[in-house]
Design a protein around this ligand. Structure first.
Ligand code: GRF
Length: 190
């Protein structure tokens, strides 16, 4: 029986969500059981559909309601995996899943994190500051944007002719490789 049940949260494209779904398709222990999104137009919904996964769209009010947290608990999720999810997680939900909510950020936190630091804004800032390296951070989620304990980081170079797009591609590659593997490691400890 699969003993690590994941819910994925994404707000947009969902390429990380799909990398995770694919990685665990034939896994004996880890099950991606559901996809949640705050955006009814998110491409991640099509990806979920393609893999026959249950997908739920929710509003901000629903997200903050105690019933939402209760429902996630009743579903028996062992971990909530944020992958390109844009909203701050309500404190009650963080408290209900202690050290069981993780996120990925496309930079080397604590640098280039916090409110407003997402997607291309991160890569633009990294290039503007002429950084020589960037990377990814996988971290626990707490009540503040990008401030939970760091679980894993991987670096990549920032090249002199990089644009936000070329850097984003390099970072995505790192994310797709490492995020599923870090999740697998956490699941082994459950
Ligand atoms: C990723 O770069 C992730 O680090 C950030 O948002 C992006 C989501 O990309 N939090 P995708 O939707 O998984 O393609």
């Amino acid at each position: 029986m699969k003993n690590c049940k994941l819910a994925l949260f994404a707000s947009g494209n969902g390429s990380n969500a799909e990398a995770i779904i694919k990685y665990f398709l034939a896994d004996k222990h880890v099950e991606v059981a559901a996809v949640y999104t705050n955006n009814k137009n998110a491409f991640v919904l099509q990806r979920a559909h393609r893999y026959g996964l249950a997908a739920t769209v929710f509003t901000k009010e629903e997200f903050h309601a105690p019933a939402f947290t209760r429902q996630l608990q009743q579903q028996g999720f062992d971990m909530l995996v944020l992958a390109g999810f844009m909203w701050l997680v309500p404190p009650a939900l963080v408290a209900a899943f202690p050290d069981k909510i993780i996120n990925i950020h496309p930079a080397l936190l604590p640098a280039y994190g916090g409110k407003g630091m997402y997607g291309h804004f991160v890569h633009e800032a990294v290039i503007r500051n002429k950084e020589k390296k960037s990377g990814i951070t996988i971290h626990y989620v707490n009540e503040q944007y990008d401030r939970g304990d760091i679980l894993f980081q991987a670096e990549c170079p920032v090249l002199p002719d990089d644009t936000p797009d070329t850097l984003a591609r390099r970072i995505h590659h790192l994310e797709h490789h490492h995020y599923p593997r870090v999740i697998a490691g956490l699941c082994r400890k459950i």
